[in-house]
Design a protein around this ligand. Structure first.
Ligand code: TGC
Ligand code: FAD
Length: 392
């Protein structure tokens, strides 16, 4: 069959590259190259064996991705759009890679950077930026995910020390981490603590048999009489507002990241449909296939533009939490729909690790749930629209 027009990649149709500054384009190109040359060949095996090698941290640190949107302490001080594009390119590889970087930079490092003392910053941030030290962020508990206000982990004073008891659940990087930001109830409300994971009474148990986010380490953290000096408390973190402020950072990265998973699914599928013959013609020549590709490209491009708009707002300091919810909810929901639809075009070939869309779809099931479920984000948007809170 004769090809009658030059082909364009889905985001080329939207001419998105022209919307970026040179530096932003360079960041995206660097991360894309790193993912394609170094990581992509390994990803199916990591997903299959449910591993994320710890050594990867040094490599990611060497290209400056950890805490790249933070200033000072060895961090790159990039703008929000550059950080978002790095998330996009990482998640085009696998959501587990973006999670690794999100948790380190947007949650563990950000919590210390925003709420920590100078000593805490100097002790941890430079080592975390290079990947020498890995961090995790413990907010969720077995019985309190969407509603962290109910957390049972308790920090009590004993002289000038703090003693922490409780269990955190579903914690990314838990078994890899050298340091954990742990959120706990105190007599004065929620407070955050910088906990070296070697402290007596701290245990991380890896969660096995995951069907999603397999190239990512997820853990239960048990705190059994963990004794910390007074200096372990994050001095500027007062109340639940503090961890929720950290979540805005990671949710922003996900709004971009999900577009990466969707882009990779769609490009993989377009390439497949061009060479797969059915009924004596390329699969891509059938109208139903083209309708699917067109609809998916529309959602991909709209999601990218939404993420970029959020990034521009964030760079001006104007991205409100409910706007971050718009991006997280829409882009993860649409990315998941795209990855699943792509799998239909791949037919049976789509059910193995040979092709990325079902791996992305499985990962995106976690992404839909973590950092606030889609229902929590819908309720956040609903609250902004009506002035009424429907969480309780
Ligand atoms: P609410 O009364 O609404 O708020 C309590 C205080 O926090 C403030 N606040 C925020 N501040 C900054 N950013 C936000 N997004 C904020 N949302 C609320 C609020 O103004 C208030 O401040 P103040 O000073 O008046 O006290 O609290 P609520 O208990 O009603 O809860 C609201 C709700 C449901 C939206 C919140 O609990 C929520 O977001 N739940 C979802 C929990 C969640 O997202 N957990 C994520 C855990 S970390 C994770 O999943 C990592 S996965 C990482 C990876 O691998 O990539
Ligand atoms: P629940 O809160 O039990 O929710 C179950 C269902 O009920 C959902 O559909 C939810 O939307 C719905 N629901 C809840 N409340 C309402 C309501 N008011 N109205 C309507 N529907 C409602 N947490 C961390 O702290 N750190 C991490 O690093 C981290 N990493 C994670 C990695 C992975 C792979 C996963 C899967 C999770 C991770 N989490 C982490 C936890 C994650 O944030 C929680 O899973 C998430 O907040 C949801 O909590 P839950 O699983 O307890 O679900």
């Amino acid at each position: 069959m004769k090809i009658t027009a030059p082909t364009q990649r889905p985001l080329e149709l939207f001419a998105t590259d022209g919307l970026l500054e040179d530096e932003e384009r360079d960041v995206a190109a660097t991360v894309r190259k790193f993912v394609d040359s170094r990581l992509r060949p390994e990803l199916p095996a990591w997903f299959e064996s449910a591993i994320l090698p710890r050594e990867l941290a040094r490599e990611v640190g060497a290209i400056g991705l950890f805490g790249m949107h933070l200033e000072g302490y060895g961090c790159a001080g990039a703008n929000a759009v550059s950080y978002g594009l790095a998330c996009l390119e990482l998640e085009a590889g696998d959501s587990g890679l973006r999670s690794f970087v999100s948790v380190q930079g947007s949650l563990a490092m950000f919590s210390i950077h925003r709420f920590g003392s100078e000593e805490q910053k100097l002790e941890w941030l430079p080592r975390m930026a290079t990947g020498e030290a890995i961090g995790c962020f413990g907010l969720t508990e077995p019985d309190f995910g969407s509603n962290p206000a109910g957390m049972r982990t308790r920090a009590r004073r004993d002289g000038s020390d703090w003693v922490l008891d409780g269990t955190k659940m579903w914690i990314t990087n838990g078994n890899l981490a050298d340091v954990a930001t742990i959120w706990a109830q105190t007599d004065d409300g929620v407070r955050g603590f910088v906990v070296p994971t070697g402290t007596t009474g701290f245990t991380a148990n890896k969660i096995e048999r995951k069907l999603s986010l397999r190239a990512s380490v997820t853990s239960e953290l048990v705190l059994d009489g963990v004794r910390l000096p007074a200096a372990a408390e994050l001095p500027l973190a007062k109340g639940l507002r503090a961890p929720l402020t950290c979540l805005n950072e990671a949710r922003f990265g996900i709004a971009f990241g999900a577009i990466g998973a969707a882009r990779d699914s769609l490009e993989t599928t377009i390439d497949y449909a061009a060479v797969r013959e059915v009924f004596d013609r390329p699969l891509s020549s059938f109208q139903i296939t083209q309708q699917k590709l067109a609809d998916m490209s529309l959602e991909l491009g709209k999601g990218y533009l939404l993420a970029l708009h959020l990034g521009r707002l964030k760079d001006k300091g104007l991205a409100a939490p409910e706007q971050v919810s718009l991006g997280k909810l829409n882009n993860v929901r649409e990315a998941l729909a795209i990855a699943r639809e792509c799998r239909t075009i791949l037919g049976a070939s789509g059910i193995t690790l040979e092709y990325s869309p079902l791996r992305h779809a499985n990962n995106l099931e976690s992404v839909l749930t973590y950092e606030g479920t889609s229902e929590m984000h819908a309720l956040t948007i609903g609250r902004a629209l009506t002035g009424l809170s429907a969480f309780r």
